[in-house]
Design a protein around this ligand. Structure first.
Ligand code: G6P
Length: 614
């Protein structure tokens, strides 16, 4: 979703802004722009499409953009189509603004501004902000004060970067509901939606709190909360760890698929004692044991792929601990006045920790103030809003995930969720030590099993050729594989743009069987588990109707390929953890189909990595 970069420095900053935008491309966007102040003027360039188009446009007259202060933006359209006039920065007089988020009351503000004589050149909500600041600046010719006066007039969630020709030393920024970090340099300072954008120029960051307004100059950073100057800690990060290069891979997504054995191993190490692998580490969630011992109910909230991880966790929680567990998409939960029962553990699963719906759903549960509520963030970004707003932080150690389609974040979420199930089970004595030991030893085989499943890549690539010209596809699974069927369908539609649906195979005869014909491929997740025989019957139903089956089956299943039935053997894995391993073939299948169809694999059309608006 929209990305902001800003800089105030001694050196020319155009390339810093452009490189920053490139590093934010993963967020998803449809246009890009920048403004630099030079010789008392705002120099602006905006382009629809990729950041490269902006780089090329700037390169035509690079001297226009030789300046020491500027702001830049990637826009993901909300108000108004992707078009040059709607791309940021938006300008009013001598003021330029970049914006991430939504100003909900922009329509009424716009009317008032039009009545005052302001002319609008875009369809965006952001232009309202630029004109409002301009208007207030006329009464209070101090940029910080003018911005401060505008913020209470805006309803919604947003982050802003603002510059004014008459204050060419000052970059003003606001964080209110959308992510924003300050990068601290030596004699230069920066802002960005994600620290990744600024890693080429600094590894020192300040994370703004909600409602913070900051004024950056080359040599100072002043932060204000409720009008009072406050200090925010500087965090030094290990830039190596946050390295997000594609390396030898053609796409981030493929690199991230291949990183899964290591990412899962890292996530396991956080909880499993290396000296005694049949028990959890003493320090794993130790300081939260009191809270975890009181919970009687689990409520999981998440969106997209993270929601599918939650669906698997529901099976695990109920089966292994007998604690009731509900899982719901956050965008529905937040609007249906749900009941949050006392002593609930609310688990919010989010790769980014900035998903607006998940954050709002969390806040709604907190507002209800049920007795004994414990909130937990299962998140890949330690500095995110979600982590700050919850009682317990359980990290996934996937490392930065750049591809819009989530892969390694998903499998590490699954593993961390299983570790949580084990912790709750052990803390509440709902699981005996033998069961715990068995599951821990099976968990430790996962990195090896994931590694072995990556060897299926070539076979799956061959299989994917059958999907290239297809219009629609079904993914089937039962039990623990049903959420993986949903995830497989989501992956395929996200990156290949083929319509795909995931179904619990037992539901076939209640509708989707009507779709089956020779032109619709049907992917089946068929580990040799307790549901295998029932699933085979479902496959027969499809086969008898001339459907073409593409089956991922256990090596031990003894399934054999036949006419209209293709089989790829997946390494044997215990039933409980099979969803983690079966994620790999569906990810690889979607990837190869997308590459074959020539789509933009890492940044699929219309999608954003981090959905910070509702
Ligand atoms: C977007 C992304 C998905 C992701 C979902 C939830 O739709 O494209 O890949 O699963 O948001 O994101 P989160 O960061 O909360 O896991």
């Amino acid at each position: 979703m929209c990305g902001i970069v800003g800089a105030v420095a001694e050196r020319n900053i155009a390339n810093i802004l452009l490189e920053g935008l490139k590093r934010l491309e993963y967020r998803g966007y449809d246009s890009a722009g920048l403004t630099v102040i030079r010789d008392g003027e705002l120099h602006r360039e905006r382009q629809v499409g990729k950041v490269q188009a902006l780089v090329d446009a700037v390169a035509i007259n690079p001297e226009f953009f030789d300046g020491h202060i500027g702001i830049a933006h990637t826009r993901w359209a909300t108000h108004g189509e992707p078009a040059q006039r709607n791309a940021h920065p938006h300008v009013s007089g001598k003021i330029a603004v970049v914006h991430n988020g939504i100003v909900e009351n922009y329509a009424e503000l716009k009317e008032e501004l039009i009545a005052k004589g302001y002319e609008f050149t875009s369809q965006t909500d952001t232009e309202v902000v630029a004109h409002l600041i301009n208007d207030l600046y006329k009464q209070t010719p101090d940029l910080l004060e003018a911005v401060r006066a505008v913020i209470p007039l805006l309803h919604g969630a947003f982050a802003l970067g603002i510059v004014h020709v008459d204050s060419p030393e000052e970059l003003i920024t606001v964080r209110l509901g959308s992510p924003l970090v300050i990068g601290v340099g030596i004699g230069e300072n920066f802002i960005a939606s994600d620290q990744l954008a600024l890693l080429p120029v600094t590894n020192r960051f300040m994370y703004l709190e909600e409602g913070d307004i900051a004024k950056l100059t080359r040599n100072s950073i002043q932060i204000f909360a409720d009008g009072v100057e406050v200090s925010r800690k500087i965090h030094e990060i290990d830039a190596q760890q946050h390295n997000a290069d594609k390396g030898e891979f053609k796409h981030y997504m493929l690199k991230e698929i291949y990183e899964q054995p290591d990412a899962v191993a890292r996530t396991l190490e956080m909880a499993i004692d290396s000296t005694n692998t049949s028990k959890l580490r003493d320090d794993f969630l130790q300081r939260h044991e009191d809270k975890l011992s009181g919970i009687r109910n689990i409520q999981i909230l998440a969106c997209g792929t993270s929601y599918h991880a939650g669906m698997v966790a529901k099976y695990w929680f109920e089966n292994l601990t007998r604690l009731p567990c509900s899982v719901e998409v956050a965008s529905e939960f937040r609007y249906r006045n749900p009941v949050v029962v006392d002593n609930s553990l609310v688990i919010c699963i989010s790769q980014s920790g900035e998903t607006a719906d998940t954050l709002s759903a969390l806040r709604d549960t907190q507002k209800q103030k049920p007795t004994g509520l414990v909130s937990l963030a299962l998140c890949n970004v330690a500095t995110s809003s979600l982590v700050r707003e919850t009682d317990i932080y359980l990290p996934t150690l996937a490392g930065p995930e750049i591809g819009v389609a989530s892969t390694k974040a998903f499998t590490t979420q699954l593993v961390a969720l299983m570790l949580l199930v084990l912790k709750v089970g052990a803390t509440q004595q709902r699981m005996d030590s033998e069961r715990l030991g068995t599951l821990l030893s099976e968990l430790q085989q996962l990195p090896g099993q994931l590694y072995a499943s990556l060897h299926l890549d070539a076979a799956i690539k061959t299989m994917s050729e059958s999907f290239e010209d297809k219009k629609s596809c079904l993914f089937l699974g039962r039990g623990l594989q049903f959420p993986i069927a949903l995830e497989g369908a989501l992956k395929l539609k996200e990156i290949s743009y083929i319509h795909a649906e995931g179904y619990a195979a037992g539901e076939l005869k209640h509708g989707p069987l009507a779709l089956v014909d020779k032109d619709m491929p049907i992917v089946v997740l068929a580990p040799k588990d307790s549901m295998f025989d029932k699933l085979k019957a479902n496959m027969q139903e499809v086969h008898a109707r001339h459907g073409e089956l593409f089956v991922f089956a256990s090596e031990s299943s003894k399934m054999v390929a036949e006419d209209r039935m293709h089989v790829v053997y997946v390494p044997d894995v215990c039933e409980t953890l099979a969803p983690v391993v079966y994620s790999i073939p569906v990810q690889l299948l979607s990837y190869h189909v997308a590459v074959m169809r020539g789509t933009d694999v890492d940044q699929p059309r219309n999608l954003a990595k981090s959905v910070t608006v509702e």
